[in-house]
Design a protein around this ligand. Structure first.
Ligand code: AMP
Ligand code: GLY
Length: 419
């Protein structure tokens, strides 16, 4: 099969790495790809992933059998619809289905209508009404912008003052902040369960735990994710069964009842308390960095599974898993998620690989044949080992040989699971 991968982050590098192992793969292209993805795919940097017309043309001209869409933006932008209209198969959901991530209000209303466990909420387009509601509920309380805001449109307010100023802050998120969701605060442990689905059959992947805050001890600002590990012990067999029966299955069925066939990866961000999972959010794609720890544990042919998702033939597929643990430590630019320097030379990637790490590139580029930083999250250092303790220790040994100026990472990835 000829494959076109859309995206260029750490998640897409992990996808490219796994897809490259498939005996069904003939040739892989990536738009835009990255220096890491270039090991597995021909990277095409002069087409924008937001340009559906150009991507469809490229796929047609290169006889692509399956387009794999990594990030949410092109899904929300209807890329899969455009590909399907042109008769090209794609792994990823349609524009209608992507509302589950693209609009928090769509997701919350769907969950309410179909009794899928999540926090109580109200929707406001008026600032004063939102503030009055917040005053009536008290803190802690959660304020969210409606649309995509690159993970930054959520404020978990511990005090009433914080919540009230959060409402004003939402206005800074452009159209995403026009409507505001105010939500009950949920206490508990977070975990991410990603599932492959063809709209009928649902195959949940091993649960992972992300580390969203920038600093150790879950301090500092929210980021795209500073590290992850899998499997996450908080999702034991009982919780996993509840996630499938009370969340994943009803959600796919709810979408279907609304006339939407969901194909691709459904990501359930969960809060788990006393063994009961509730939905924090849905994403319409693989998680990043979760993908960087989940795929190394998956045995078998990811391309074949993705093709089955796209063609509605997942029913006869099974997943098999390594019994190891995986840990990913994200190396970020100092200052991220706020402003940071770029174009800083990166040393030690080859050394870290020789120590057994998988290095997934998130924000790198080549400048005069030298690998340099080009984003907030720069590299994901992933290690698998017999157990979580060994994986953590080995991951940090690999991290210690990598260097770039201002490099920042968390020292406590998976610490909670080890305690
Ligand atoms: P979201 O973008 O909706 O996933 O929110 C980002 C982060 O905010 C989540 O990963 C949680 O850590 C936190 N969060 C969101 N909603 C809630 C909630 N209702 N209760 C507690 N924490 C929340
Ligand atoms: N790791 C969080 C996300 O992918 O949205």
């Amino acid at each position: 099969m000829n494959v076109l991968l859309i995206g260029g982050g750490g998640r897409e590098h992990a996808l490219a790495w796994k897809i490259s192992q498939s005996p069904r793969l003939t040739k892989m292209f990536a738009i835009p790809g990255s220096p890491g993805i270039a090991e597995f795919a021909e990277c095409v940097a002069d087409i924008s992933i937001d340009d559906n017309f150009a991507v469809v043309n490229f796929a047609t001209e290169h006889a692509i059998d399956l387009v794999v869409v990594g990030p949410e933006a092109p899904l929300v932008n209807g890329l899969v619809d455009a590909l399907n209209t042109a008769g090209i198969k794609a792994f990823g959901c349609t524009k209608d289905a992507a509302q589950i991530e693209g609009s928090k209000i769509f997701a919350k209303r769907l969950m309410k209508k179909y009794n899928i466990p999540t926090a109580e909420f109200e929707v406001f387009d008026d600032v004063d009404a939102a503030k009055n509601y917040i005053r009536s509920k008290g803190a802690p309380i959660v304020v969210k912008a409606d649309g995509l805001a690159a993970g930054k449109g959520v404020i978990v307010a511990q005090t009433l003052d914080e919540a009230l100023s959060a409402v004003d802050e939402m206005k800074t998120f452009g159209t995403a902040g026009n409507r505001i969701v105010v939500e009950e605060f949920m206490d508990g442990q977070e975990a991410s369960v990603l599932a492959l689905t063809d709209g009928e059959t649902i195959l949940p992947l091993k649960a992972a735990q992300d580390h969203k805050r920038a600093l150790d001890g879950d301090k500092g600002l929210n980021t795209g994710g500073m590290g992850a590990y899998a499997p996450a012990p908080v999702v034991d067999e009982n919780v996993a069964a509840l996630v499938t029966e009370k969340i994943l299955r009803p959600t796919i069925a709810a979408l279907k009842a609304e006339g939407i066939v969901y194909r691709g990866c459904l990501y359930a961000g969960l809060m788990i308390r006393d063994g009961q999972p509730k939905v924090v959010e849905f994403n319409c794609r693989f998680g990043d960095p979760e993908t960087q720890v989940v795929l190394p544990l998956l045995e078998g042919d990811l391309l074949d599974l993705m093709n089955s998702c796209a063609t509605g033939t997942l029913a006869d597929k099974k997943l098999s898993w390594s019994d190891q643990s995986a840990v990913c430590v994200i190396l970020a630019s100092g200052g991220y998620p706020k402003s940071y320097r770029k174009n800083l030379p990166i040393d030690g990637v080859t050394k870290a690989k020789s120590l057994g790490a998988l290095i997934f590139h998130a924000g790198t580029k080549f400048a005069n044949d030298e690998l340099v930083t080009s984003g907030g999250r720069v590299l994901g250092v992933t290690v698998t080992a017999q157990n979580l303790r060994e994986a953590v220790d080995k991951a940090y040994r690999c991290v210690d040989v990598i260097h770039f100026a201002d490099m920042h990472f968390r020292r406590d990835i998976a610490a909670r699971a080890l305690n």
